[in-house]
Ligand binder design. Structure first.
Ligand SMILES: Nc1ccn([C@@H]2O[C@H](COP(=O)(O)OP(=O)(O)O)[C@@H](O)[C@H]2O)c(=O)n1
Ligand SMILES: [Ca+2]
Length: 498
């Protein structure tokens, strides 16, 4: 015992070598922990951008998407960072003065230039896709449609972005890309989860798209779209009904009322007290109704509201044809539709209308929804105007019709029942991005969704760094213990003597 005390008094400090080892060990640990922390700190993100113009029948909207620059190969999330509503009507309304279609886009294109960093502009793809308004214009006047595209192209080519072209989407593309958007934003594709069907209601056409076990594409190939996304195969059913958007459907319904060429039309889909003089020529100005035009019509008619939901439902039904079906089952107008399956997201005008009517809650029994709509339709036009002083009266007048049309389309047209109605969710946005075909369109054209699932490392980055750090600390600890035994052998010996 005394010898041990003697030794400690002689040399109370560890040897310099041990100190160096300990210092190096501590520095190594601090360095490792610092590296691990810094490595996992979010670095300021650099983004890439893509722009899509949705040239709809009623208006054009511009959407800007962004995704992490270093991850455009399929792992980074694409999200909407900005949107801009073009003032005025859709591009198809400029058939007689096409240059105005190009002009109309300039304000939103200016916003896009402010949103996308200058150094990214030249590599930012810019697309314009036109839907049913231009499909209809192309049917009645294809040279006018070409002129509108020419004007739009001139405006977009002069932008600093990488212009990739303007074209009319087929109804099938419109339906399929809407489905891709909804399922991409919900993260259902990457994870191979059960998908959500997509219901899109526009002004001039409407789309229904869903996966059904009942459907392999063979019964009606024109309604079938095949995808391989993230290693999963999808056989999607999709159909677009031209003329069954809510604005054209309204024209068809009113046209059915006015077959006799009457000067007064009593309309159950408009509120009592509503009375507007309208032109027959405007009513019959689209190919959706031109075939119904009576031989002899006066110039104008008085459109008078009656405010009766039940009767409105009956006249709305008159635009759906259920008489012939050459397939095992049909929705309407002889169009094949497999058994409805799964949850559905209903967006665009489905959402705008049901949201205005306070009817987006689909857990409410369908009968209650109908009662509420019936009460709304029965409210006088004067009262409606007082209740909604800020809403444009042209749109305000149409909500009773639009609500009735939506319920009729869903239940009679597509065959949703009181039970399956609750599978529908009326949505505007998913995680900050608008539901609609534009995102799916861009993801497809930029090959941003791979056919095969990307290989992912077995551990996430943070987990990898933590494990390496812990293992290194353990190793250093072991080395230190080893060093203690080598450089202080006497210590251990003394302990043995004691
Ligand atoms: N805030 C809004 C915006 C659009 N809408 C309606 O939503 C529909 C959008 O259709 P769209 O312009 O995309 O037409 P399509 O080309 O898709 O048929 C139109 O009927 C608009 O009137 C609405 O009800 N409320
Ligand atoms: Ca649309």
């Amino acid at each position: 015992m005394s010898a041990q005390r003697e030794m400690k008094e002689k040399n109370p400090w560890p040897t310099p070598v041990t100190i160096i080892i300990i210092v190096i060990g501590v520095i190594a640990i601090v360095a490792l922990v610092t590296v691990a922390v810094l490595q996992n700190k979010p670095v300021p993100q650099k983004y890439k951008y893509g722009i899509v113009l949705d040239a709809g029948s009623s208006h054009t909207a511009l959407y800007i998407y962004q995704w992490p620059a270093e991850k455009d190969n399929n792992t980074g999330r694409v999200e909407q960072t900005h949107s801009c509503k073009v003032k005025g009507k859709g591009i198809s309304s400029y058939a007689s003065e096409p240059w105005k279609a190009g002009e109309s886009l300039k304000e939103c294109m200016g916003e896009a230039e402010e949103t996308v960093p200058k150094e990214r502009a030249h590599e930012t793809p810019l697309y314009l896709g036109a839907t049913a308004g231009m499909r209809l214009l192309d049917i009645v006047n294809s040279s006018a449609s070409k002129n509108v595209f020419q004007a739009v192209e001139n405006a977009l080519r002069n932008s600093p972005f990488s212009y990739q072209g303007a074209r009319i989407l087929s109804g099938q593309e419109e339906g399929a890309f809407g489905w891709v958007t909804v399922n991409y934003l919900d993260d259902r594709l990457k994870q191979g989860l059960k998908t959500t069907g997509a219901l899109d209601l526009g002004g001039a056409s409407t789309q229904i798209s869903f996966i059904s076990n009942d459907f392999d594409g063979s019964e009606s190939p024109i309604n079938s779209v095949n995808f391989r996304l993230y290693g999963n195969d999808y056989n999607l059913y999709t159909h677009s009904f031209l003329c069954y958007g809510k604005d054209q459907a309204l024209k068809m319904v009113v046209a059915n009322h006015t077959q006799s060429g009457a000067t007064t039309v009593l309309d159950p889909c408009f509120h009592s007290g509503y009375n507007e003089t309208k032109n027959y020529s405007v009513l019959y100005d689209s190919p959706c109704v031109s075939g119904r035009k009576p031989q002899e019509v006066p110039e104008k008619f008085d459109h008078i509201g009656k405010g009766n939901f039940q009767e409105c439902q009956e006249v709305v039904k008159s635009v759906f044809n259920f008489t012939s079906c050459k397939y095992s089952r049909c929705s309407f107008n002889g169009v094949f539709q497999p058994l409805l399956q799964g949850p559905f997201g209903a967006f665009s005008a489905y959402y705008f209308v049901m949201n205005f009517l306070n009817l987006t809650d689909t857990s409410m029994p369908l009968e209650t929804v109908k009662e509420k709509l019936s009460q709304y339709c029965a409210t006088s036009w004067d009262k409606i105007k007082i209740q909604h002083p800020t809403v444009n009266v042209k749109y305000l007048a149409e909500y009773c019709f639009s609500g009735t049309y939506i319920l009729t389309l869903l239940t009679e047209g597509y065959d949703f029942t009181a039970v399956t109605y609750s599978n529908i969710k009326f949505i505007k946005k998913i995680k900050g991005s608008d539901a609609g075909w534009t995102l799916g369109y861009m993801l497809n054209l930029t090959n941003m969704i791979p056919a095969e699932a990307p290989d992912s490392p077995p551990l996430p980055h943070a987990g990898y760094v933590s494990i390496v750090t812990i293992m290194t600390i353990l190793l250093i600890g072991l080395l230190l213990l080893l060093a203690l035994r080598i450089f202080w052998p006497r210590c251990s010996k003394k302990t043995q003597i004691v």
